[in-house]
Design a protein around this ligand. Structure first.
Ligand SMILES: NC(=O)c1ccc[n+]([C@@H]2O[C@H](COP(=O)([O-])OP(=O)(O)OC[C@H]3O[C@@H](n4cnc5c(N)ncnc54)[C@H](O)[C@@H]3O)[C@@H](O)[C@H]2O)c1
Length: 303
């Protein structure tokens, strides 16, 4: 797909972050949009931003929006049907909605594990299958599934997120091969962002038990992780859309994703020991800082 002008793009998780910037950039390039999210307030704002981006660029596009929980199979299929009905065709589905859950494996809450699997993995499967017939019918279709850098390498406290994102990668790589095999006019790309400046860490669920690994409480841990988010959501959308135009099988988003991917391929086993070493160093630094602060607070109390 060399141009998005006149195409119809469906995006899940479009109320915030990369879903929103994808919507705005696609609108700027003349694509009509069907966007969805559980956050209806955020969706309304995305519609406004996308509409003014299209207006500024002189494109007359149609934008529809829908409250949708991607973990509901029935609702996803109903939304795909509605999108095709409202827009007459669908060319692109961005299965982008996602959530994060940080916890040591010993402390996993099975309900939360089901929750993250439902959104990050099943949401992608439902979105792919519900839209595929419409993409085939359009004659020029593309499925863009958001995995992660954590679909390429694992990290302590991220086992449930890692499991969902490795699964999305495997599912999407198999999907791409089947689509190539069938030569049916539809393609697929697996997206692997590194740290992108979005709301995902702030909105994540973190078990208090991560303190064993981070040396900080769950809330400070989220802020700590955010320091590693170096790429803007606008830049991420730009990289993703270029990859779709280039018909890439996978796309690494951000210099951290590129560097980590190279490390994992060069050191497929020992990268794990390197991560453990780095994490221990960071935890020890946090603990030392905490000790210093406690001692300083005691001194102030005495005085
Ligand atoms: N930000 C990063 O550093 C990063 C890195 C790698 C991968 N990712 C992935 O990128 C994707 C987009 O995340 P983001 O960083 O833009 O985060 P974000 O939190 O800004 O956006 C995620 C969106 O998904 C929506 N969402 C959550 N649960 C949903 C549900 N059940 N149904 C429908 N929508 C739901 C949220 O309301 C939100 O609008 C996610 O799949 C995420 O895992 C993000």
């Amino acid at each position: 797909m060399k141009s998005f002008k006149g195409k119809v793009a469906a995006i899940t998780g479009a109320a915030s972050g990369m879903g929103r910037t994808l919507a705005v950039q696609l609108a700027r390039e003349g694509a009509s949009l069907s966007i969805s999210d559980v956050d209806t307030k955020g969706l309304t704002e995305t519609v406004k931003l996308a509409k003014s981006a299209a207006d500024e660029a002189g494109h007359d596009i149609k934008i529809t929006s829908q409250e949708l929980d991607v973990s509901s199979r029935a609702d996803m299929y109903a939304w795909a049907d509605k999108t095709a009905k409202d827009h007459g065709k669908v060319n692109l589905i961005f299965n982008n909605a996602g959530v994060a859950y940080a916890t040591p494996i010993e402390d996993i809450d099975y309900d939360k594990f089901d929750w993250i699997m439902g959104i990050n993995f099943w949401g992608v499967v439902y979105g792919t299958k519900a839209f595929l017939p419409y993409l085939k019918a359009s004659g020029e279709g593309h499925i863009i599934n958001t995995s992660s850098l954590f679909g390429l390498c694992a990290q302590p406290t991220q086992s449930t997120y890692n499991a969902t994102k490795f699964a999305v990668r495997g599912f999407t790589e198999s999907l791409r091969q089947e689509l190539d095999f069938m030569n049916c006019g539809v393609s697929a790309t697996s997206v692997h962002p590194g740290g992108i400046k979005t709301a995902i860490a702030r909105k994540s669920v973190a078990s208090p038990a991560i303190e064993k690994f981070t040396g900080t409480d769950a809330e400070s841990g989220k802020a700590f992780f955010e320091k590693f988010f170096i790429t803007s959501a606008e830049k991420a959308a730009d990289i993703i859309l270029k990859a779709v135009k280039g018909n890439k099988r996978r796309v690494l988003v951000g210099p951290d994703a590129v560097a980590m991917d190279a490390m994992v391929r060069a050191l497929p086993e020992s990268y794990q020991a390197i991560i453990v070493g780095q994490m221990k160093k960071m935890r020890d630094k946090q603990l030392a800082r905490k000790k210093k602060n406690t001692a300083a607070a005691k001194e102030t109390q005495k005085a």
